[in-house]
Design a protein around this ligand. Sequence first.
Ligand SMILES: Nc1ncnc2c1ncn2[C@@H]1O[C@H](COP(=O)(O)OP(=O)(O)OP(=O)(O)O)[C@@H](O)[C@H]1O
Ligand SMILES: [Mg+2]
Length: 480
Amino acid sequence: MAGILTRVRVFFHRHLVASLSGRLLFFTTVFVLLAELLIYFPSAARQYHDLLAARLASAQIAVLALDEVRDTDLSPELRREILANAGVRLVGLKRNNTRRLYLAESIPPAKDVEVDLRTAGMVELIWDSLDCMVFGDDRVLRVLGVPRLGAGDLIEALIDEAPVRAEMISFSTRILGLSLLIAAVTSGLVFAALYYLFVRPMQHLTQSMVRFQERPEDAQRIIVPTLRADEIGQSERVLAAMQTELRQALQQREHLAALGTAVAKIQHDLRNILASAQLASDRLATSKDPTTQAIAPRLVSSIDRAIALATNTLKYGRAEEAPPRRRRQKLLAIADEAMHAALAAGDGRTGWNNAFDSALEVDADNEQLLRILINVGRNAAQALEAREGAAITLSAHRTNNVVTIDLSDNGAGVPEEARKRLFEPFAGKGRVGGTGLGLAIARELARGHGGEVALLSSGDNGTTFRITIPDVAALGDGPP
Ligand SMILES: Nc1ncnc2c1ncn2[C@@H]1O[C@H](COP(=O)(O)OP(=O)(O)OP(=O)(O)O)[C@@H](O)[C@H]1O
Ligand SMILES: [Mg+2]
């Protein structure tokens, strides 16, 4: 028994209290009842008016009948009975400025409440009808009105309020029952319509999200959009596209992770192999044989490159970049260090100009900023190899909270095919012997600072890369 109760409670909580549909049902019912209430008050007033008008009308018929016969033809008992049957205790009819009174009893009762149907407006009638239902019981009501069919100027009647009240209460009870029925039917219909049009499709969407989140690799859990053209149909299609993309991205990530592990293993062994090769090549370099002497440096540099390639690939694959440890410091020191490292990659004849205020400070992780500058600077040095008057210029300035560093060279420009996927890792089409990681890493590090690395311009006269590093304080205020 307790189990059934709990299940019923859980059912109601899930479907009525905690769900969209339950709230929908609740609000529809409340609103329909409110609307019914707004209709009820005027119709109660109307009913009250009609009841009183009917009383006056039957009073009028009764007194007209009494007027037709001579007083002596009717016994006083019969006269009273005729009036009592009309539900009135006293009637007064004013005709041609003479007022006649007809009494149902010898001593007329005193009036408690008065309603003048000639002047009463809607608000007054609403008030009077409520007053009648709440307080009316043993009271005597004086009703005034205009006689029907032009039978006089004024008709008034004293009536007992109790029967009027009883009729009003029965009217209200009928209206209440009807209202509840209408509310139930309307809310039921509105609820059913909204449930099938909105709530169920929304539940379908939500469930699909939840199911997909549990196992995103399962293609069966991607939502199958319906043919609806409205916003819900649109959401379904967008969700399906998102889920498909996400699933593919996750798959790709998994593959890349597997690949990374494989590369790590290969690199581990490769390093040992290369170490022996390095030893051997070092020995070769000391050889007296001129041919060997000529080949040895190239062999050494090839092996160095192979080691660098394996190490860089591994580093990138692990995505082990630590968040920047930022500090405000002079750019000059970092630029000098970058210069030495970058120029070492070139042919040794390239010049380097620092064209910025030596006091300029940058808020950055010096190790990471150095790597950004080395990667961009080394590309420039490599592009300038064997070029007359080759020079690299590093200019920089601060605007509010952002330091902008432009690194320019006077080389031949970035090759067209390299430009399209310049910042994508391993994109290829670049320099012979390049890994294609330098700019990807530089951009990732700059973005880690909330900044950016971008190709500003490139052509026959040279290339400029722009690096922006916003201060950490500036990052909270939106994009720099
Ligand atoms: N200043 C430049 N002038 C001309 N070409 C450039 C310049 N900077 C970059 N490039 C081109 O962009 C390509 C991509 O550069 P990136 O640094 O990403 O890779 P990489 O230099 O080929 O390899 P890695 O830097 O990983 O050793 C380069 O191969 C080169 O073709
Ligand atoms: Mg490079």
